[in-house]
Design a protein around this ligand. Structure first.
Ligand code: AMP
Length: 623
């Protein structure tokens, strides 16, 4: 087929590549009204924008079906990262192959002298990252005096990454007659300013919302207990069994940790972050391309611009910093019309924040629990059935072996062994804290109630041993955040470096939770909590632990036989309890408790006076 409005040599390249139609951004940049003009284009990643500027440049570059011989570059494309620049270079290579283009790529982390040689040999198109291009320009290796077209790809990212100066110096070194194409996912004020300074009468093109790429991403928000994040990742990977999956973490430390853990479990995983050399990054991407690896754990910056056609699953292991980052990360999948799934793992305390982020980005996500081990096993069985029941032509040698097996074992035994062997190839799913049936009301909301609590008294109503003199602390999460001792206990042990037995009662209110620990270890606990917190006094999942010198005055709720560590709740302070969930003095909540000594075993004494957190020993260095 031929594509209208395009030079035949480019149209042929698209056909040979198997493209059947232009994407919206490609059509718009090829329309007559766009010809020869500066363009300010907002197009999302995955919309086919690379080919779009490749096509738009055609009129400036192609003469009689070919690119003319040039001693200095005619087109310059500036991209924020090495990967993106290399990817742009790859796309332009096939698009302009028949037109006889010579393309040089100039990116940080590569051999600069090799690049200088390439520039000296006469190239028509140069693709590069801002810092490296500026270097070549300053050293005289890059001559921009004959430039006909300059393209800024992902311009907003470049400004965000602090490349304004480099961009301005590069653009200042180009002829005023050049055509400037500015591509950006978003057009915030700094981009408008840049456009004003370097563009003339630019045509504004926006295809955001029309691009097939983003319409094909299904968003899911999966709620989990903070301690279950990694387990949820494992189960999601196993459930989806994506050809390629990309997992996002906020820091390179977390990338390293998660990658190591996944490899240990048997996943074919690679990692991409700022700590990897260019060679390591290339090797990781190559492993993904040729399917030796299926999972890539990455930071936002390291994954920018990566285009893997088989990538059908993105998991936001740690919540993105804002809606834009969410879209950028998710845009690694659902590219060029393919379907993709983006899963955000939401620790209970972060639910509201993610909800707000999704609303801000006008993304409709399906909220759900993380897949359980049983869900994964069920899906495994379905897949296995499908795989083993697919008709295949057997080799005579295999049939002969089958006969021998049948002579020794029953068909059932053989089939069961086959299933077992298949299962052994896959990393086992994780058992997650059950958050579904138990403790939910008919509408699926966490039930109000006492079954979530861990009482402070033993079965006989006695004070638990070791908690006669204890100190109360407060957590900033309650029933509204699915607070439950099943996940609170492991979290407290991890944050405060204590064992389960050193935590006494856990009382859960609507928005906060109180727990007590023996006074003898309170200081040590408090110090460990501070070390495991960020500047806001929270951990990565948004949980904050603070001293609560007054302790709860809200009574413990009656235990209905749920979690209780083998204890059931007896009457408080020996007083008979009348109404369920009601304090003798009325229906107070944690929020409006009166000042004064705390509950059983929690009376503040003069010996332990907790200081507010944040004024103690130095924090753990931030990641
Ligand atoms: P981009 O937005 O430039 O990162 O492109 C995303 C992916 O879409 C790349 O793999 C392109 O090769 C592919 N692509 C670009 N244009 C088309 C098209 N018209 N038809 C099919 N695939 C395309």
């Amino acid at each position: 087929m031929t594509f209208e409005n395009l030079s035949p040599v480019l149209s042929d390249a698209l056909t040979a590549r198997g493209y059947e139609a232009l994407t919206p951004v490609q059509s718009q940049v090829s329309e007559d009204q766009a010809k020869g003009r500066d363009l300010l284009v907002s197009a999302q990643t995955g919309s086919g924008k690379t080919v779009a500027f490749g096509l738009a440049m055609g009129d400036e570059l192609i003469e009689d079906g070919r690119l003319p011989f040039a001693t200095s570059p005619l087109a310059l494309i500036i991209a924020p990262t090495r990967e993106l620049a290399l990817q742009v270079s790859r796309e332009l290579s096939w698009l302009y192959a028949k037109a006889g283009a010579r393309i040089a790529t100039c990116v940080g982390g590569m051999d600069a002298s090799k690049e200088r040689r390439a520039l000296g040999q006469g190239v028509q198109i140069v693709v590069g990252t801002p810092g490296r291009l500026r270097d070549h320009l300053e050293r005289g290796a890059l001559d921009l005096s004959a430039l006909r077209v300059a393209v800024l790809d992902e311009a907003d990212e470049m400004l965000d990454m602090g490349f304004r100066d480099d961009l301005e110096e590069i653009l200042d070194g180009t002829p005023a007659t050049r055509r400037t194409l500015l591509f950006s996912a978003t057009i915030p004020n700094p981009i408008v300013q840049l456009a004003k300074r370097y563009q003339t009468n630019a045509l504004r093109i926006s295809t955001v919302g029309q691009d097939r790429g983003h319409g094909d991403i299904a968003y899911q928000a999966v709620t989990v207990a903070p301690a279950d994040i990694e387990g949820a990742v494992v189960n999601l990977l196993r459930l989806h069994d994506a050809e390629t999956a990309m997992l996002f973490c906020a820091t390179r430390d977390n990338v390293r940790r998660l990658h190591a853990s996944l490899v240990e479990r048997g996943f074919a995983a690679v990692a991409l972050s700022g700590e990897h050399s260019q060679n390591e990054r290339n090797a990781a991407l190559q492993a993904l391309r040729d399917r030796r690896a299926k999972v890539c754990v990455a930071t936002d910056v390291a994954a920018r611009g990566i285009d893997l056609p088989t990538l059908s699953l993105v998991i936001h292991v740690e919540i993105p910093r804002d809606a834009e980052a969410l879209q950028h990360r998710s845009g690694r999948t659902g590219r060029a019309g393919k379907k993709g799934t983006a899963v955000i793992i939401v620790p209970y305390p972060r639910r509201r924040r993610v909800d707000g982020m999704l609303r801000g980005a006008r993304i409709e996500a399906e909220w759900m629990d993380a897949p359980t081990a049983a869900d994964v096993r069920k899906r495994d069985q379905e897949r296995l059935m499908e795989k083993l029941l697919t008709p295949v032509e057997h080799e005579p040698e295999d049939l002969e072996l089958a006969q021998r097996l049948m002579a020794e074992r029953t068909p059932e035994d053989i089939a069961a062994s086959l299933v077992q062997m298949h299962r052994a190839l896959m990393p086992p799913p994780e058992d997650l804290i059950d958050n579904s049936a138990r403790g939910r009301d008919a509408a699926g909301r966490p039930e109000r109630g006492e079954r979530f609590e861990r009482p402070e008294r033993g079965a006989g109503g006695d004070q638990r041993e070791g908690f006669e003199d204890s100190v109360w602390f407060r957590l900033n999460i309650g029933r509204h955040q699915n607070a439950d001792p099943r996940w609170i206990l492991p979290l407290l042990c991890r944050r405060g470096h204590v064992s389960k037995n050193e935590i006494g009662a856990i009382r859960i209110g609507p928005k906060e939770t109180m727990f007590n620990i023996p006074r003898a270890i309170a200081d040590r606990f408090a110090e460990a909590v501070i070390r495991s917190a960020n500047e806001d006094g929270e951990d990565d999942s948004g949980v904050a632990i603070t001293p609560a010198p007054d302790g709860p005055t809200y009574p413990p709720r009656r235990d209905k036989g749920g979690h209780g560590g083998g204890h059931s709740s007896g009457p408080r302070d020996g007083a008979p309890r009348s109404t369920l969930g009601r304090a003798p003095g009325g229906d107070r909540s944690f929020g409006d408790r009166p000042r004064g000594p705390g509950g059983p075993g929690g009376k503040p004494t003069d010996r332990y006076k907790p200081k507010p957190f944040g004024q103690r020993s130095p924090r753990r260095p931030s990641k």
